[in-house]
Design a protein around this ligand. Structure first.
Ligand SMILES: Nc1ncnc2c1ncn2[C@@H]1O[C@H](COP(=O)(O)OP(=O)(O)OP(=O)(O)O)[C@@H](O)[C@H]1O
Ligand SMILES: [Mg+2]
Length: 242
């Protein structure tokens, strides 16, 4: 469960990039976070994960405050950032072992986890190569494997499908469904509205730092009294708020 309470953030004084955001993502839910470029999705995700501080408000992950109990809160989630270009000098296996050390995963468990995850994403054979030799999609895959190594209850993913080939994207979506079926939480941002429409239990739309809609796709159609695709409704909602 992820709870965002009265959160605001400005990068530049007097200009709020996030304006009093309140949002609760429940156990067992896949939640899609939508919004135009520059709307505030990554900023929100960086505050949930403790990379950025909030100016106001607090965020709780399984009841643990990312501000007051950062270590405890960080144990509860796996995070995939929007850019996978990091730790490029490390070999894939070194990166995963580094994360396994941080999460204090036993040798036996990490071996089993690394093998099953990297085989699933078909990068097992590349683990002994430096990550700078990986393609964009392969980097994305190893970051996803690292985020899931600890089997966290909450998945926080910033545009996770970007760069993935159709099979990996399909596999990730199936994994997200299974994870939520098991009572866990998946929070992800995306621009791919077809994915959001099919996959998400609820969506939130943010525009210029303000949450302009939260609910199911069915509720969105009811609210706007129009039987349109999510894409058409999204364009209307974000245009009206300009
Ligand atoms: N480091 C920064 N310094 C100053 N302004 C920033 C910084 N990072 C983001 N912003 C501003 O904050 C706002 C929200 O940006 P953010 O990256 O959260 O958007 P986003 O919804 O993730 O967009 P995208 O869909 O392009 O990934 C934008 O107006 C952006 O210019
Ligand atoms: Mg972003």
């Amino acid at each position: 469960m992820i709870k965002i309470e009265n959160v605001s953030k400005s990068y530049i004084k007097g200009k709020k990039s996030i304006d009093n955001l309140n949002l609760e993502i429940k156990d067992g839910e896949i939640f899609g976070f939508l919004g135009p470029n520059g709307a505030g999705k990554t900023t929100t995700i960086k505050m949930i994960t403790g990379i950025l501080n909030t100016d106001e408000g607090d965020i709780f992950i399984d009841g643990k405050s990312i501000i007051k109990q950062p270590l405890e809160a960080k144990r509860e989630f796996g995070f995939v950032p929007d850019s996978p270009d990091m730790f490029l000098k490390l070999k894939g296996i070194e990166y995963l072992n580094f994360l396994a050390d941080i999460y204090e995963i036993s040798n036996e468990k990490r071996k089993e986890r690394i093998e099953s995850l990297t085989k699933k994403f078909e990068i097992y054979d590349n683990l002994n190569n430096e990550m700078q030799s990986y393609s964009h999609g392969m980097r994305q895959k190893i970051i996803i494997c690292g985020a899931l190594l600890n089997n966290p209850r909450n998945w926080i993913l910033d545009e996770p499908m970007t760069g993935l080939d159709p099979k990996s994207s399909h596999d990730l979506k199936e994994m997200m469904k299974e994870h939520s079926r098991n009572g866990n939480t998946v929070f992800f941002s995306t621009h791919v509205l077809e994915v959001a429409e099919k996959l998400c239990d609820r969506v939130g739309i943010i525009n210029k730092g303000k949450l302009v809609f939260v609910g199911t796709y069915e509720e969105m159609k009811e609210k706007f009294k129009e039987n349109k695709s999510l894409e058409e409704l999204f364009l209307e909602i974000t245009e009206n708020e300009q």
